[in-house]
Design a protein around this ligand. Structure first.
Ligand code: HEC
Length: 273
């Protein structure tokens, strides 16, 4: 555009490219937008801890399935997963599964079902514990990880527990014997808010303090939760194990194919000028 019309209708000659002024104005505006939008994202995700999940870590999966079995399956099912598949995907032999995980009277081909009846659960907790097969996909690993770390004692709820990640959840703290008992820190609310401003991201657990130690140290408990979440991520999409094993071969194929296509193209165009 060579000319711009201003409000009075007069035409002012303008350089073809942006003037230095408007160019820097755009740069500033763009930078501002980037900062502002990243702030918004940071504020939204500020409360979640982040966890690095490696679903190919078989040892973590093996520890995770034990925790899941001991602490979650009492109330929740994972109805889309069968014991037999766990044995083969997690490199656990079927004898060990039978001895350690399989409830009496169940078969290797059975799904991971909870023995708790939905009606009984409703009476006990006021809510039916959902099937956890897909919850890592629905909520995400960070959410699950943070959820398991942010239970605290709260006498005003029916279960006596509350949760910073999922306020007023009907679920009691399943692993309190491992983590111990947490309580809201006195300054909890102000802490989270100012931490967000001061550090760009807040650690939600800063709002809680351990008032009674558990069987595990805080570091060990975090590892237990991480292994559990690793298992739940696998649970939500078991085929990803096979898929990620295939990944390098797919990449290799793509590289070779690209090379071949490039050589072919060069041959075809060799005599064209
Ligand atoms: C004593 C029973 C009980 C145990 C044990 C238990 N839960 Fe729960 N859980 C519940 C109930 C009840 C709810 C429903 C909470 C609500 O909707 O308010 C729930 C909800 C959840 C949710 C939220 C689902 C969603 O997306 O809304 C997740 C995730 C979860 N539980 C994971 C676990 C894990 C992992 C374990 C094992 C460490 C576990 N639970 C052990 C009873 C239990």
């Amino acid at each position: 555009m060579k000319h711009q019309t201003n409000a009075t209708g007069k035409r002012h000659p303008q350089p073809t490219s942006w003037s230095a002024m408007s160019k820097s104005a755009y740069v500033v505006l763009f930078a501002l937008l980037t900062v502002v939008s990243s702030q918004i994202v940071a504020a939204e995700s500020a409360s979640l801890l982040s966890v690095d999940i490696n679903v190919r870590d078989t040892a973590a999966l093996q520890r995770g399935v034990r925790t899941f079995n001991d602490y979650c399956l009492g109330c929740h099912g994972a109805d889309y997963m069968r014991y037999k598949r766990i044995a083969s995907d997690l490199n656990i032999n079927e004898g060990q599964i039978e001895a350690r995980l399989l409830p009496p009277g169940r078969e290797m081909t059975d799904a991971l079902k909870s023995s708790l009846q939905p009606e009984a659960a409703k009476q006990l907790f006021g809510a039916v514990p959902p099937n956890l097969s897909l919850s890592a996909r629905a909520r995400g690993a960070d959410w699950l990880y943070t959820y398991m770390l942010t239970f605290y004692r709260d006498d005003s709820t029916a279960s006596g527990w509350n949760n910073l990640t999922f306020p007023n959840a009907a679920m009691p703290h399943a692993m309190w014997d491992l983590q111990g008992v947490q309580e809201l820190a006195q300054h909890a609310e102000s802490t989270t808010a100012t931490d967000t401003q001061a550090h760009g991201h807040a650690d939600i657990t800063a709002g809680l303090k351990l008032i009674e130690p558990g069987l595990q140290s805080p570091e060990d408990y975090r590892r237990t939760v991480k292994d559990l979440v690793t298992f739940m991520v696998y649970l939500s999409e078991p085929a990803q194990l096979q898929r990620s094993a295939m990944g390098p071969w797919v990449l290799l194929f793509l590289v070779l194919f690209t090379l071949l296509a490039w050589i072919l193209k060069r041959e075809y165009w060799r005599d064209v000028h």
